[in-house]
Design a binder for this molecule. Structure first.
Ligand SMILES: [Zn+2]
Length: 497
């Protein structure tokens, strides 16, 4: 919704019957009984709480979109379940797009060839990978598109009559060159993700995908500016890294774009990116810190990591470092102690924070972007696989906040549950799917958990509010806040403005 809006009868900061006026970009007035201006649209909040729109501080948009045309088959429990999953994936995928399945195994999914696949997928080009990775099974449409039917390439399995069975052995390279998408479905799926985000009250995303290059950055910026001439007129472009502060009186900076022809507003977007990338002038996208991935198998030395971080800082780019194990966090903290921290440096996930490290994170001024939703999603596996002392240190919130660490939250969609209200409930309850509580001392009130999606880890002290001058991307609930937080759920979200 754009243009001037008067929201009547909202609950703001616990106060009922408050009116809020926006000019479409900023909140311009907050108070009881505001007079309606001519041509001003009005929304009756009916006593529902009005909140700043939620910021999901760590998502992966392309990987999230790809879940719409791929299907995980490792979890299929029987051939019937395999069939159901493939049929559902065909129905859900955008038209004219290759369907890709991974994790199939004949012991659970049953034997597979082109004929069984044709019955499930019809004319949709489909390829299904065996769990071992050595075999792909193609349907007839895919065989035709790749030219496998007439190919003499090694690995194209044929039956007694010489017809391809659809099974291609050790043909990854051959296949990769021939399975280019018929068209890029990302823009239309992005519009769908934006609709979904709006239903959850999310108005801002940070995309944390590592290794982004200039072409990808330019392509995303173009998607964000397409459609409605939505570039920030009359202001300096927010193209400098971390410079545009939507809360600091720069109307239009970083303003959401439109998803192609649909006219749907896309959430504001921060792109984590390596140093040296640039954005087109007037874009609606902001560059964020450089994403660094740590992996236990290839963990750098403290000195090497400190050098990498120092190089990033030298180009003006803070770092956002993926840390899911204790070893990774220990290495990172030592490296930052060596390299020095700059504002905007952050730890992604902080999956395990050993005792003593909360204070060191606080002393360095490092922000933590945590994912409590994993506790609700994978908690049973943590209960089983994470040794006892570390289990209580999983995805901490309370101890970090008590130590003075700036904490924000994210869903890590599509790798965690993408609904931020699942993460809010999980930060409050820390319950596994089986109902156990992991690290009960780390629980926080739901109001604090909600606040993790309203703060900005890149901007120390930045907490969005419903107050004049603040941005006008807002989340309206059906009920007062206390009612919603008694049982946190996206069902309480009425609309996103
Ligand atoms: Zn991630």
């Amino acid at each position: 919704m754009g243009g001037a809006v008067l929201i009547r009868n909202a609950e703001v900061d616990g106060v009922a019957r408050v009116d809020v006026r926006t000019d479409g970009a900023r909140i311009t007035a907050v108070g009881p009984g505001l007079d309606r201006s001519p041509d001003e649209a009005t929304v009756d909040a009916r006593g529902g709480a009005l909140l700043p729109g939620l910021h999901d501080h760590h998502v992966h948009l392309r990987a999230w979109a790809a879940t719409r045309w791929s299907v995980r088959l490792a979890v299929a429990d029987g051939p019937d379940d395999f069939d159901r999953r493939v049929r559902e994936a065909v129905a859900a995928a955008p038209p004219d797009v290759w369907l890709r399945g991974i994790g199939w195994h004949e012991s659970t999914g049953g034997p597979l060839d082109r004929h069984r696949l044709d019955a499930l997928t019809g004319s949709r080009p489909t390829r299904i990978q065996h769990r071992t990775g050595v075999l792909w099974v193609l349907n007839s449409a895919a065989l035709a598109l790749t030219g496998a039917a007439g190919s003499t390439a090694d690995g194209v399995e044929r039956d007694a009559t010489g017809e391809p069975t659809g099974r291609l052995w050790r043909a990854d390279g051959w296949l990769r060159e021939r399975t280019a998408p018929l068209r890029d479905p990302f823009p239309e799926v992005l519009a769908d993700l934006a609709r979904q985000a709006a239903a959850w009250g999310v108005t801002r995303w940070t995309d944390a995908t590592p290794g982004r290059d200039q072409a990808e950055t330019t392509a995303l910026a173009a998607l964000w500016s397409s459609g409605r001439g939505d570039s920030p007129a009359g202001t300096s472009a927010p193209a400098e890294r971390g410079a545009a502060d939507p809360g600091a009186g720069r109307p239009g900076a970083g303003r959401p774009g439109a998803a192609g022809a649909s006219g749907l507003r896309l959430p504001w977007l921060v792109l984590m990116s390596p140093p040296g990338l640039s954005l087109p002038a007037g874009t609606a996208v902001r560059l964020g810190p450089q994403k660094l991935i740590l992996d236990d198998a290839t963990l750098p030395t403290v000195d090497a990591l400190a050098a990498t971080i120092g190089d990033s800082h030298a180009t003006g780019s803070p770092v956002a470092v993926h840390c899911v194990t204790a070893e990774q966090l220990v290495t990172l903290v030592a490296a930052i102690e060596e390299a020095g921290a700059v504002p905007g440096d952050r730890v992604e996930h902080a999956g395990i924070v050993p005792p003593g490290y909360t204070a060191r994170l606080a002393a360095l001024g490092l922000a933590v972007v945590t994912n409590p939703g994993f506790l609700a999603d994978r908690g049973d596996a943590y209960q089983r696989d994470v040794p006892a002392p570390e289990r209580d240190w999983l995805y901490p919130v309370r101890s970090l906040r008590d130590a003075g660490v700036r904490v924000a939250a994210a869903t890590d969609a599509p790798f965690g549950p993408p609904d931020p209200w699942v993460a809010i409930a999980a930060a409050r309850d820390r319950r596994t799917p089986d109902g156990d509580v992991l690290g009960p001392d780390e629980r926080v009130p739901a109001s604090v958990a909600l606040g993790l999606f309203l703060a900005d880890p890149d901007r120390p002290g930045h907490q969005r509010r419903i107050a004049p001058g603040h941005p006008a991307d807002l989340c309206l609930l059906h009920t007062p806040l206390a009612t919603a937080l008694a049982a946190p759920s996206s069902e309480h979200v009425r609309t996103t403005l």
